[in-house]
Design a protein around this ligand. Structure first.
Ligand code: 8YV
Length: 328
């Protein structure tokens, strides 16, 4: 009897076909809620999961007694109780690399659009308010030649820094990562403590995984260290920031602006002031959302789950220790 896969993110026809050739597939391309009774029923049968956007609580895991492996269509694994998965012998795979450049593009578009006030001024034209000359009230800030502080310097952080250093002549500082001599040589980047980075950067870009150590890493004290002209960018996870402190810093003029792809609660609550602030560019968590990259991420997840359920080493296992010794 073939193994059963529960897919709960949109896959293209080719990807679904690939899975269906080998497995029985329960497909929920547009799952509204993990409480959906049909989803729960399929979970009870599933040997493999492929999807994103559902927080896998231990209670959901209890409802999936046959589960062997999960292929997340994301690089971030904060939706999964990783230690618990490992304890239960469930392998988790993610999708690093294939989204690095696209997510860095999103980060850089937030740097550009906040500094040059692109959204605010495009709205000004759209409203028909462009009547006289453009004056200092509409001016933005330069990006080229400024200091870009990367809070986190993993794959995506390095790709953002590469754009800044090589494309815009920016000086790069980085913290919350081990020193990376090769990148220092390539980009002239300098490793420093977070406080120094906050004090010296024109742009502060958060791109760290969400872990107990990074939760609320940037709060009132950290915004207090930033320059009044600083622009804060977040392309990691909303919970890395104390959002109330961010709102205060933006309202009081403690910092100049923010470009945000992620929020403490997603979708963003209707009463959040952030999207209505003129000095904020707020995006609906679209870091990796291009046709090319989402297709590549889904394909990576399909490949991961097929390999794993065939007992072979997947392309990107996250908690390999869950299947200790099985690939050797
Ligand atoms: C995902 C992301 O698409 O990969 C990640 O960690 O944040 C996004 O690129 C998203 O989490 C899926 O819901």
């Amino acid at each position: 009897m073939s193994k059963r896969i529960l897919a709960y993110r949109r896959l293209n026809d080719q990807q679904l076909e690939q899975l269906r050739e080998r497995f029985h597939v329960d497909y929920f391309g547009k799952l509204e809620s993990p409480d959906d009774p049909a989803f729960r029923e399929a979970l009870g049968e599933a040997h493999g999961l492929i999807g994103a956007g559902v927080t896998l609580t231990p209670a959901l895991l209890d409802a999936a007694p046959n589960l062997e492996a999960i292929a997340s269509i994301s690089v971030g694994v904060d939706n999964y109780p990783v230690d618990e998965l490992t304890r239960r012998g469930i392998l988790l795979c993610n999708t690093p690399d294939v989204l690095t450049e696209t997510t860095a593009d999103t980060g850089f578009s937030l740097i550009m659009s906040t500094a040059r006030r692109v959204v605010e001024l495009a709205d000004f034209v759209r409203r028909g308010d462009w009547k006289a000359s453009i004056g200092p009230e509409q001016f933005g800030s330069d990006v080229h030649g400024k200091t870009l502080g990367m809070v986190g310097f993993g794959r995506i952080g390095q790709a953002v820094a590469r754009r800044g250093a090589l494309g815009f002549g920016m000086k790069i500082l980085y913290s919350n990562a081990s020193p990376k001599p090769a990148l220092e040589a390539e980009l002239g980047a300098r490793h420093c403590e977070l406080d120094e980075l906050l004090q010296q950067s024109d742009f502060v870009c958060a791109i760290v995984p969400l872990t107990p150590e990074t939760r609320q890493l940037i709060g009132a004290r950290e915004f207090g260290l930033m320059r009044e002209s600083a622009i804060f960018i977040n392309i990691s996870r909303g919970q890395v920031v104390d959002e109330a402190a961010l709102i205060d810093a933006l309202t009081s003029g403690q910092i100049r602006g923010a470009g945000l792809d992620v929020f403490e609660q997603e979708p963003l609550q209707a009463d959040s002031p952030l999207p209505r602030m003129p000095n904020v560019v707020a995006l609906p968590h679209i870091g990796s959302a291009t046709h090319e990259t989402r297709t590549a991420m889904a394909q990576r997840a399909v490949d991961n789950i097929m390999l794993a359920l065939d007992g072979k080493r997947p392309l990107s296992p996250f908690n390999e220790e869950a299947w200790a010794g099985r690939f050797d």
